[in-house]
Design a protein around this ligand. Structure first.
Ligand SMILES: C[S@@+](CC[C@H](N)C(=O)[O-])C[C@H]1O[C@@H](n2cnc3c(N)ncnc32)[C@H](O)[C@@H]1O
Length: 404
């Protein structure tokens, strides 16, 4: 049985009735069943019947992930897998909404109170244009999407929904605070660049600040900012940081063109932001990172590994998110040459590289860490998720040259 971290409760999460808790547990377990029970069946189905049928029809074996999709998409086993996966995703958000609605007024008042505890700034402009690649659809099927609409600007409900829903989505694999990506990149910095002590840090596409807070923990003296195009997300992020005892700044800003001054940050990071943008936005974001960094400053983007690092069948499996989980840029982003983009933005070519930041939760487990509410570490079995083949997060690192 899956046995991962339980989510750490804090003042910005709704309490759960026993019925809500069991619905959420079911949604999480169904997702686990899809991954562990149904997914492994795709390989024998492909090799045993879909690939031979494709070869018979086309007089050649399937080669690319697109060929494999054409071969698989009519197969009843694949259709069963894809439909169940989609249903589990929709069920997951649905299982959280009742508690968010039931505690709406209480959570709004908690947000006021918790935000007041955070001495960091909260910047929400009166007018803001959310890019179409975020506003046009409910990304990964979350009702309301990341930005909601005008009426959601002061409301934190979407942030609450995301905080709890993403814990279920990751099935607990990103730790009790859903912060494994930020924590893993921090561990990477600590291990590989112990001399690096950034004074100003920017986390782009921070959503509710899951990955932002570990930077304040590692560099308590630093001024840390999280920005996102989703107003309800940064409002929630500011309150959540207050609830967890952090003083961190949050702002509704577009990473393509922020309001910060040239050369004003030592470290600019993002965690699974890039695949939520677009082919036009990504180069602009790289250029903005370059503009914002002081000479010698570092850019680190933790995201999905490029497709050229994996075989076409694995590409096909991962690309299912593009087709069935409202993630239009998911596959296309993995085809882009990010090294070339970073070079074009001006980063020192000798410093641009992909690397792996080992997942912090796996390191905890090895060290015998046990979250209060989780059962014994010995019973946990950590396997790398699809985001992190080989047990780590893929990070793109680039440095702005000292002379730039
Ligand atoms: C998958 S979430 C990021 C998760 C978060 N970084 C974490 O580690 O928990 C992607 C976020 O990027 C935001 N986003 C997309 N395009 C953006 C842009 N151009 N500028 C700032 N935020 C953006 C979305 O609103 C969304 O909140």
């Amino acid at each position: 049985m899956l046995n991962t971290f339980q989510q750490q409760f804090h003042a910005m999460l709704p309490s759960l009735s026993p019925e809500e808790a069991s619905r959420q547990e079911f949604a999480k377990s169904l997702k686990h069943f899809v991954q562990q029970g149904l997914l492994p069946g795709l390989t024998p189905v492909y090799e045993g019947r879909a690939a031979p049928e494709f070869a018979k029809k086309n007089a050649r074996a399937p080669q690319s992930r697109h060929d494999i999709r054409r071969a698989m998409v009519t197969d009843p086993y694949f259709r069963h897998y894809a439909a169940t996966n989609r249903i589990s995703q929709e069920m997951l958000w649905d299982s959280v909404i009742d508690s968010v609605e039931r505690e709406h007024d209480l959570l709004q008042s908690h947000a006021e109170e918790m935000s007041a505890r955070n001495t960091g700034k909260l910047v929400i402009p009166d007018e803001f244009e959310v890019p179409r690649y975020v506003s046009a659809l409910d990304i990964h099927c979350m009702p309301g999407g990341y930005a909601g609409d005008e009426s959601d600007r002061d409301d934190v409900s979407l942030g609450v929904l995301y905080d709890r829903g993403v814990y279920l989505y990751s099935m607990g694999y990103t730790g009790p605070h859903n912060d494994d990506m930020g924590r893993s990149v921090c561990n990477y910095l600590k291990r590989n660049m112990p001399e690096f002590k950034p004074k100003r840090i920017l986390d782009m596409g921070c959503t509710v600040g899951h990955s932002t807070l570990p930077y304040k923990e590692l560099f308590p003296e630093a001024e840390v900012w999280g920005i996102d195009v989703g107003g309800p997300m940064v409002r929630y992020a500011h309150a959540r940081a207050g609830a967890l005892g952090f003083n961190v700044n949050f702002a509704q800003m577009n990473a393509e063109h922020t309001d910060f001054e040239d050369g004003s940050f030592d470290l600019v990071v993002s965690h699974i932001l890039l695949h939520e943008t677009s082919g036009k936005a990504m180069p602009k974001i790289f250029e903005e990172c370059f503009r914002l960094l002081r000479p010698g400053g570092l850019m680190i983007h933790a995201d999905l590994p490029p497709f050229d690092l994996m075989d076409p069948f694995t590409q096909f499996i991962l690309d299912n998110e593009t087709y069935y989980n409202n993630e239009p840029f998911w596959g296309a982003m993995r085809d882009l040459d990010q090294i070339a983009l970073a070079r074009k933005a001006g980063f020192d070519p000798d410093t641009i590289r992909f690397d792996t930041a080992p997942m912090a939760v796996m390191e905890y487990a090895e060290a015998g860490y046990s979250a209060e509410s989780a059962t014994s570490v010995a019973e946990r079995e950590f396997t790398a998720g699809e985001f992190a083949p080989g047990g780590g997060w893929e990070v793109l690192i680039a440095q702005k040259g000292e002379a730039a």
